[in-house]
Write a protein that binds this ligand. Sequence first.
Ligand code: ATP
Ligand code: MG
Length: 422
Amino acid sequence: MGFFQRLFGKELTKERQHKIERIILAHPNPMQSVLNEPHPIITDNTETAPLETNTKNDTAEPAKTKESPPPTEQTTFKNKQHTFLTPKALSNMTLKKGHLSFSLALPYPCKSLWPSIELALTHNLTQLDEVKKVTIQFTTHVVAHEAQQNIAPLPGIKNIIAVASGKGGVGKSTTSVNLALALQQEGAQVGILDADIYGPSIPTMLNIHDKPNSKDGKSMQPLSAYGLQVMSIGALIDEDSPMIWRGPIVTQTLTQLLKETSWQDLDYLIIDLPPGTGDVQLTLSQQIPVTGAVIVTTPQQIALIDAKKGLKMFEKVNIPVLGIIENMATHICSQCQHEEAIFGEHGGEEMAKQYAVELLESLPLDKHIREDTDNGKPTVIAEPNSILSQHYRSIAHKVAFKVSTQKQSYANAFPKIEILNT
Ligand SMILES: Nc1ncnc2c1ncn2[C@@H]1O[C@H](COP(=O)(O)OP(=O)(O)OP(=O)(O)O)[C@@H](O)[C@H]1O
Ligand SMILES: [Mg+2]
């Protein structure tokens, strides 16, 4: 590199920038295997000139290998939805004295994967003669995706994810709080709505004792726990007083809890549903814009029968099922380490195969999970480095990635224009 180029900051010529961009954009999606599909299909236009590489060591640049060719300007992604990094993800690129710096906005929260992405990109980029050092500022940029037809998005919420089960007591609420917290730890803005009007358990699991405030007397401020925005009927009523609900009141309460809470810039709102396919589920499918549903089940037959009903209900109302979580799959004795499938084996896996949906994770029956939620400090907060938390993080990655592959919603992308007759 010439003295004058360095002096006048012209290290980042257009040509160099393109070369750098191509390497960055060719980075494979860490979640690609989740879709059981190959890496985005890239068709090289053979008429274009071969890519100018100018690398120190050709064999060391993964971007040039056959399996993962670098996209050229003529490159077409056959399946745009599944591409990981698009040119829009890149910004603030500078190259000074061999120090390349840029911002990278990832389309789903995956903070724990940033170091490995940075390592791989640094390795590939420093193969270029002009790059000696790489600094990446990672951010998370989640967009809104379409929900059921004709249901308008809600203000302050980009994507709603419902957590459901057929049978009660299979671990929906436990999974919901851990999923919400894992998404948040991975870089998203997350809220949780306890839609279990009959038996709200989220306040206990998140150690919430406050009542929500209202600034304007019309809407409620969400409660806050471990950085999550939270709303639950459990925070509004007395713990011990029995609530006897009639059908219409239940649905009205749910929509009020959802719509009269001032959610702030949520990437995801997790809705923890009561068990079954009753009034709450019906309201959800007909009146609330849901991007996708996650079904929790134990591997036992009676839970699976009900889980299948839940899955079919979502299919009927056009809410995509993002996947199944098999909970309490096996128990490992803390004394002798003997592993036992208390609720049967492979139930979730077989159901996933039968209905062609993803088995997102198989979680063990573990005393810590129960103790942590009972203590109001879910496992991903109480034991963030445990294997259990890794399971929940893996669910969060897969769920967020699956949401990112849904059709994007532009409903809130433009300001609403009203034409007034004056
Ligand atoms: N993987 C697990 N290992 C151990 N205990 C668990 C696990 N998942 C959930 N639990 C415990 O099982 C009990 C029921 O879980 P949870 O309340 O989450 O179920 P639910 O499906 O939400 O129930 P409901 O249908 O009543 O809403 C809780 O005490 C919880 O701590
Ligand atoms: Mg529950």
